[in-house]
Every structure is written in C-alpha cells, then in structure tokens.
Design a protein around this ligand. Structure first.
Ligand SMILES: Cc1cc2nc3c(=O)[nH]c(=O)nc-3n(C[C@H](O)[C@H](O)[C@H](O)COP(=O)(O)OP(=O)(O)OC[C@H]3O[C@@H](n4cnc5c(N)ncnc54)[C@H](O)[C@@H]3O)c2cc1C
Ligand code: SF4
Length: 666
C-alpha cells in the first residue's frame, strides 16, 4: 500500500493476520462523519455497479458496520496528523491575538484579514453583476450564461435563490396552461451551486421530504451536468417527480439548512427539471419486470397513493390492476388539482408509461356499486389495497344550506377539469362562475384552486373566508426551523384576484351564519360575523363572536372548501375497522387492515394530506403487500432506501434465500 486509507469488510475476522502491522494500523470506524463517508462510498458503488453485496450491506448497515476494518498506513497517519496540527494552528491565528496595538504580528494578521474581505467583496460584486445580467433574457446573455463557471463551495453566500417565475397574472387567466415558467439550465446551475451538501441534510429528514429524496446528491449531479445520473438517483426514491416537482409545497425547502437565515435552495424546481429532461431526452424508457410472480393485486383508487403502490408492486413482479370510478386515472392529480397547476397531459403521460410497464387500469369502475365489490376483488386477487382517498367533504350546516348555488369545492373543480378535457368547456357541463359574485369558504390548496378557476371563468368578484386569523409573516416562536413554516403566503389565486379585482380575496376571522335566499331558492349572499381568538388558561384557543361585527356578503356562487372528513364507506361497508378519526385503521407503521390480505394507503389511511405523502404511503404499503405475498419479506425499498429488489425467483427460494435479504416491512 502506497498511502491512503482502506476500509475492508472483514467477514471472516482474519484481516489482522493478512497485513503487515509494522506498516499499517488497524481500527474500527467510529467517527460519525467517517461512518457517513463509508456508507456514501457503498451507496455510490451500488448505484454505479448494481452490486448485490453492496445492496445487502446497505440493507442492514448497522449490523455490517462493526465488521469494517479501517487500514491506515503509519506514514500516512503521521502526514495526516501533521496536516491536522497545521490546520489547527492556522485556525488559532484566525482570531485576533491578545497583543498590544502596534504589535507587528497583530498588524500582519489584520492586514491579511482586510485583504481577504476585499477579495470577497470583489467576488460578490462580480456575482451580483452576473445576477443582473441574468435578468436580460437575450440570446447573447444565454450564450454567456452557459459558459458560467460557478463556485459551489461558497455558492450559498454568493448566489441568490432563483425562484420559478409565474406567468403574468394579467394574461395567464385567459387560458388553462401551467402557471409556472421553468428555470433554464443556468438558473438551475446557480440553484444547485447554493446547496451546501450539509453533513446532516435536514431537507431529506422526517421534517423535510417525506420520501427522503436524496436531494444533496442530485443537486451535486446536476451541478456537474450529470443529468442522467441525477434522474436515476431521483427515481430511486420518488415514483412521480413530475407531480411533486410541480405541485409539492416542498417541506424540503422549509427544512433546508440555508433557510435558517437565507432563502432556501429551490429544490422543487431542480426535481422538476430532472424528470422533465428525463422524458425530453428519451431516458424514460418503460421497463416491465423480467419475472412475474403469478400473484394478483387489486388496487382501488388511482390517486398518488394507489399509483405509487401499483408501480412498486409491478416492479416486484406482481400483476396489478388499478380500479378507478372516474373516467380518467389519477385521482386528485387528474380531477382535483386544476390544469394550470398540473397539466393533465403530464398525468396521462405517467399513466401511459405505467400501462406500458404492465399495470392494468380499469377506469369507470365504481367498487362497491354493481358487481365489483371488495369481496369479489378479494376472491379473484391475492391482495387488495384500498387507496380511495379522503373524499367526504366537511359540510357547513347553517340555515339555507340547501339553496341552489351552494356547492362543494370538489364538485366545482372536478366538473371543470372534466369539461375542459372533454371539450375545452364547450359542452357547458360545469358549474360556471362567469359574472357571479363568488365566495369560497375555507382556504388551503382546494380553496385557492377554486379562486383561480373562478377568475378564469370571469367571476364578477371573488371573496375567500377564513375562520382563523392571518398567519404571521415570519415563523412564530412555536414553529421553529426545520418544521414546515406556518406563515402568511400569497398563492397564485390570491395574486390573480388582486390583479384583476384590486384586492386580495382573503377575509380573516369570518364566520358564516346563514345563506340568504333570493326568493327563488337561489343563494344571493351570506350573513357573517367576525370572530376573535384568544388563548385559554389551558393553552388552547378560544373563539368568540365579536358583537356588532355582522356583515352581509353578496354571493351567487358559494364553494365549500373546509377540508375532508375521511374515506367514503362504499368500498368498505362495515367490514373495515376505522380509527378515531374515521380513517382506515392499520397497526402503527404498517398498512394491513383488520381483514387479512386487505391493505390501505394514502389519504383514506392517514387523512387528508399531500401528494408526496400519498407517494410515501403507496411505497410503504407495497412493502407490506409484497411481504404478505412472498411470505419471506420484501426487497422493495423503505422510504429513502436505495436497495432494489433482486430477481423475484431469488426470493421464491425460501430456504435458499440469504437471511440478510429477508426483512420485515418497516
Ligand atoms: C383541490 C385539491 C388541491 C390539492 N392540491 C395539492 C397540491 O397542490 N399539492 C399537494 O401536494 N397536494 C395537494 N392536494 C392533496 C392531494 O391531492 C391528496 O393528498 C392526494 O391526492 C391523496 O392521494 P390518494 O391517492 O390518497 O387519494 P386521491 O388522490 O383522493 O385518489 C383517490 C381515488 O380513489 C377513487 N375512488 C374512491 N372511491 C372509489 C371506489 N369506490 N371505487 C373506485 N375508485 C374509488 C377516487 O375517485 C379517487 O380518484 C390537493 C387536494 C385537493 C382536494
Ligand atoms: S417531493 Fe416535495 S418535499 Fe420531496 S424533494 Fe420534492 S418538493 Fe421537496
């Protein structure tokens, strides 16, 4: 050995006798940073070579760790120690020395510090200049930008966040195309250069990305222009980055370490760019599984949870059929989130992709109505997964609730997208907001999507009631980093109303008291009262109506968007046990229901949530289903895991299957 460190997996505990211990030192690996380094090396090795040994080590890394022996040449150790001593000395000199003024050592130190600061200032000015040049979108600048060489080591100090720009709110409301114009390649490079590759990347922790996307890794790969590699890394943890890259609220960015005192890295834009490029470049090639297990799985519901579960189980070799009551596949991706946020061609492209990999889709099939029931599916399949979403909307049972013109938000949004896709709204089969005073009761994504849709219809006015007070502009004390920041935000619908109608649509602390009849059974307004929130003695919040604050709001169309209560009973009847929140009950950390062979995933199990959580649920439920079907555990990855399932027949050899390959679902 001529220098450098070797890490040896000493399976037979015999490495000691095989090395010349006069020249090298042996030790175990104990430093957390070194452990992370070794794990990273093995991950890379697995990624680039597909090594099965690496896969096995990663599967149970903590058990393998004590078997690693670090071999360090004694000469190299001496050099390292000398270097460390020099570095420590240099560090000490960085601090002002306690020497009297005029001392030449102190003067030299101060001068060198001043020079350093001046150099940094110059560098910053250069980068600011580049930022300004960035804003000119002409061809010359394009060329110039592509030649940019960026400094990733200090990128987080030098470059600003490049947020995706939304199209002009004045003109974008004339169509239903996506709002966002994506970042160009060089803007993305700036963005990846800002990633600090933190020792502990909170962006992929449990407060960050729920599927533990390996964010710093693909940031680095994009920075190095290794897009295809970045795509492969991304697809290890996320089945549908084209959805999350467009509409995930990005908890990863809320947990980004840079976000403590700066704008966080624009992670979501990078994710979207990687997958979009994957499709553009033809790298996304369907790869049906080589081996089929002969087992059949029925999945009820085609939202992100059902689709992710189907994708994973299909990859594992099982034959999967997805049943969906709507005429198009995709759940809320298709018929909840409007086209201007998520283009339906993008959803259909993924559905087609999965179909070409062997997943069967049965749209227009309402399980629980007609011949197809949970029992019939159990009879013809080896396992059933319920992923029917949390579709029971919260009602507002105040006087005159039954007036014409009061609708649930989802009815409004679903019909609009269906009519748009069927006929570009020419068939008139939707609830129109044209020339109406619209009141949306309740906020969140659903409320905002109702606002944006109403503006596009040409509403006369749009008002949005919120029962709660306006959130603070910055994190409150009880909402520290890296939690998701619960702060005041201006979403696309709010901007559009402000642009076209001169005022943000939101009214805070408003309680609806009754709908007002126009005399012909149609709604013509809402009587309201303001409320006040105060902290109770127990620390909870008390709500009190403010006397004399009654107000009438005109409304020809009222959209109820106050959240969802849980899954419908159509599929489950009384057979499936539910929890206290009326969601499907499963054991903690598992996805099996009280009926053997029946599993649950997504909003019907965890309550109303996000796409990324749906994907996570689908992936994790697939592990439980796979374990159940094989009877010997699963090789499907856990959240953020990178281990791929080996060929199916390997697991089929129950007796011969290596113990390390058999794990319980997390
Ligand atoms: C308007 C709106 C906007 C949203 N915007 C965002 C956003 O921007 N970002 C984000 O991350 N999240 C957003 N969400 C939340 C996100 O869409 C959901 O959390 C996610 O779709 C839940 O996935 P799921 O697979 O559990 O269920 P769903 O997507 O609800 O899919 C369930 C599917 O099951 C079908 N189904 C139900 N019963 C049956 C049956 N008996 N037989 C056959 N099929 C059945 C339903 O038709 C539906 O298609 C939004 C939600 C709404 C309502
Ligand atoms: S899925 Fe969401 S949380 Fe995860 S990296 Fe993408 S944007 Fe961030």
């Amino acid at each position: 050995m001529s220098g450098g460190i070797a890490y040896v997996l000493d399976v037979h505990h015999d490495v000691e006798g095989k090395v010349n211990q006069e020249m090298v030192e042996l030790s175990s690996i104990e430093e957390p940073t070194e452990i992370a380094f070794v794990r990273g090396l093995i991950e890379d090795h697995h990624h680039y070579t597909g090594s099965e040994l690496a896969a096995r080590i990663l599967l149970d890394f903590n058990r393998a760790l004590p078997r690693f022996v670090k071999i360090l040449p004694t000469d190299y150790k001496r050099v390292l120690e000398e270097e460390a001593a020099k570095a420590a000395e240099a560090k000490k000199n960085e601090y002002p020395l306690p020497i009297l003024p005029g001392n030449p050592v102190r003067k030299a130190h101060e001068e060198s510090k001043k020079k350093e600061r001046e150099a940094e200032e110059k560098e910053k000015k250069k980068s600011d200049l580049l930022d300004i040049e960035e804003s000119f979108g002409d061809a010359a600048a394009e060329k110039k930008r592509s030649a940019l060489v960026l400094d990733k080591t200090k990128g987080f100090m030098k470059y600003q966040r490049r947020a995706e720009k939304y199209r002009n709110p004045k003109t974008r409301t004339r169509d239903w195309q996506e709002l966002s114009s994506r970042l160009n390649e060089d803007e993305l490079k700036f963005q990846t250069a800002r990633c600090m590759d933190c020792g502990v990347p909170f962006c992929q922790s449990d407060t960050g990305c729920p599927i533990s996307n390996i964010i710093p890794k693909w940031n680095e790969l994009v920075f190095q222009n290794q897009w295809k590699d970045a795509l492969n890394r991304l697809l290890m943890t996320n089945n549908f980055p084209e959805f999350t890259g467009r509409v995930c609220p990005a908890p990863c960015e809320g947990a980004c370490v840079l976000g403590i005192n700066e704008d966080p890295v624009g992670i979501k834009s990078i994710e979207c760019a990687i997958i979009d490029r994957g499709f553009e470049m033809g790298w996304m090639v369907p790869s049906p599984p080589k081996y089929r297990s002969g087992k059949k799985v029925a999945i009820i519901g085609s939202g992100p949870a059902g689709l992710a579960c189907a994708d994973q189980l299909n990859k594992a070799g099982h034959s999967v059929t997805v049943y969906e009551r709507s005429d198009r596949i995709g759940g809320l991706l298709m018929y909840g989130i409007p086209n201007m946020k998520l283009d339906k061609n993008v959803v259909q492209r993924r559905v087609d992709f999965m179909a070409s990999e062997g997943v069967n889709f049965r749209p227009g099939t309402f399980v629980g109505e007609g011949d197809i029931t949970l029992d019939s599916l159990r009879g013809e399949s080896d396992a059933v997964v319920i992923s029917t979403g949390a579709t029971v909307a919260r009602d507002l049972p105040i006087p005159n609730r039954n007036l014409e013109g009061v609708h649930y938000a989802m009815e409004f949004l679903h019909k609009n997208t269906k009519s748009l896709l069927d006929s570009q709204l020419a068939d008139g089969s939707y609830i129109s907001a044209k020339d109406k005073h619209v009141v949306v009761i309740g906020g969140g994504d659903t409320g905002n999507d109702c606002i944006g849709t109403s503006v596009r219809h040409g509403a006369k006015s749009v008002t949005n009631f919120e029962l709660l007070p306006q959130p603070p502009p910055e994190r409150a004390r009880d909402n520290p980093w890296p939690q998701w920041p619960r702060i005041y935000r201006v979403d696309y619908g709010h901007t559009e109303v402000k642009t076209h109608m001169g005022k943000d649509p939101r009214e805070y602390c408003v309680m609806s008291k009754e709908f007002v009849d126009n005399g012909e059974g149609k709604v013509k307004g809402i009587n309201t009262v303001r409320v006040e929130w105060t902290k109770s003695a127990t620390g909870g919040w008390d709500m009190k109506q403010v006397e004399g604050s009654e107000q009438h709001f005109p409304a020809d169309l009222v959209l109820l968007s106050m959240g969802f209560l849980g899954p419908e009973d159509k599929v489950m009847g009384g057979a499936i046990e539910k929890d206290a929140r009326k969601n499907i009950k499963t054991p903690p950390g598992h996805y099996s229901t009280n009926i053997p062979g029946v599993f649950a995933a997504g909003d019907c199990r965890r309550g109303q949530s996000l796409i990324v959580w749906g994907i996570n649920e689908g992936r994790m439920a697939a592990r439980d289903v796979d374990s159940y079907l094989t009877g010997v555990g699963t090789q499907l990855p856990v959240t953020g895991g990178i281990v791929k399932r080996p060929p199916y027949e390997l697991l089929n050899k129950v007796d011969g299957a290596p113990k390390e390959l058999i794990t319980q679902a997390a």
